[in-house]
Design a protein around this ligand. Structure first.
Ligand code: HEC
Ligand code: HEC
Length: 269
């Protein structure tokens, strides 16, 4: 058989194989660029080049860490949970004095729930310390907290954290509306997460089941504060969570879920 006849459209084998390859390519393009992006949010919103790279398993840019990491670098202060028994009484005492003079008008006299600011009573000391550090360095932005904490010494931050951690947790900020049961979806997200959407159980980091990093206790905080923080993580406005632990979760939550979770935690002790 001569070569010209093999690569000729008159050869039915050639026609079939070329046609097959073209049809296969069209189907793959439709699946990869139309069907998958419409079925799963993770595929969309990053642009064509990023989609191709992620399909090939290669970073879309070797130098730029991506839009999520733009702006100030995330906090790299690694805070280890202190041994409670080593917190000395004089540190708590100094913290109490500082708190009464500088913090109580907003965070409450005994640290109990206020509408104006998150509750601090009974919060983990490492979580308070980390947030204060982040306000000081500007990793966490707040027009209110940053000037208050700017000139505080390292020892002040430890003392304030020790003081608030030594207080009793306040009663739940809000009780669920009467007659209304717990939001089943919020309970499921909190205790089991949603593996299909890469959402780990909140309770695995926030202290109900286990604790990771300097994750704060959420129970008893006002639902308005909790929802606002989740929204800020979702948009990337708050970016002081190490390794984007919270941003990766908040981004996958729908507004309804954020609302449900905020109400669920506000009603917890
Ligand atoms: C004028 C009111 C006000 C005063 C005074 C104030 N705070 Fe705050 N504080 C706030 C507000 C509002 C927030 C929430 C800011 C945000 O959204 O990031 C906050 C947040 C915090 C947080 C983060 C809590 C969390 O759960 O992430 C800590 C810790 C904190 N304040 C400690 C202090 C300490 C310690 C002092 C005293 C040295 C103090 N604050 C004084 C209003 C105040
Ligand atoms: C992988 C661990 C992890 C999981 C899972 C997790 N979080 Fe977090 N979360 C953190 C850490 C760490 C922080 C503190 C970030 C920082 O400021 O450094 C945080 C902070 C928060 C805050 C801000 C609290 C404050 O006082 O400022 C809220 C609200 C929150 N998480 C809600 C949730 C909810 C709701 C879920 C479940 C859907 C969840 N988190 C799951 C690790 C986690």
């Amino acid at each position: 058989m001569n070569e010209e006849r093999v690569f000729s459209l008159r050869n039915p084998w050639f026609r079939t194989s070329v046609g097959g390859v073209i049809a296969f390519a069209i189907i793959s393009i439709l699946i990869g660029f139309v069907w998958l992006p419409s079925a799963n949010r993770d595929f969309s919103g990053h642009g064509l080049w990023a989609t191709i790279c992620s399909a090939a398993g290669a970073p879309s840019s070797w130098y730029d860490a991506g839009s999520n990491l733009a702006g100030t670098a995330p906090s790299e202060v690694v805070v280890l949970p202190p041994h409670r028994e080593r917190v000395d009484a004089s540190s708590i005492g100094r913290g109490a004095t500082l708190a009464t003079q500088n913090c109580s008008m907003c965070h409450g006299v005994l640290g109990t729930v206020q509408v104006t600011a998150p509750a601090l009573a009974g919060q983990y000391a490492d979580a308070i310390y980390k947030e204060l550090r982040d306000y000081q360095t500007g990793e966490r932005v707040s027009a209110v907290m940053q000037p208050i904490i700017r000139n505080r010494s390292e020892q002040d931050l430890h003392d304030l954290a020790a003081y608030y951690a030594s207080l009793q947790r306040a009663a739940p900020a809000e009780s669920g509306a009467s007659g209304e049961g717990l939001d089943a979806n919020a309970v499921k997200l909190a205790m089991q997460g949603d593996p299909m959407r890469n959402i780990a159980p909140c309770a695995a980091c926030h202290g109900q089941l286990d604790r990771k990093g300097a994750a704060p206790w959420l129970g008893g905080q006002s639902s308005i504060y909790l929802a606002a923080q989740m929204q800020r993580f979702a948009t990337g406005e708050r970016r002081n969570d190490i390794n984007e632990q919270m941003r990766n979760i908040a981004r996958h939550l729908t507004p309804d879920e954020i609302d449900g979770l905020a109400k669920y935690y506000a009603a917890q002790p």
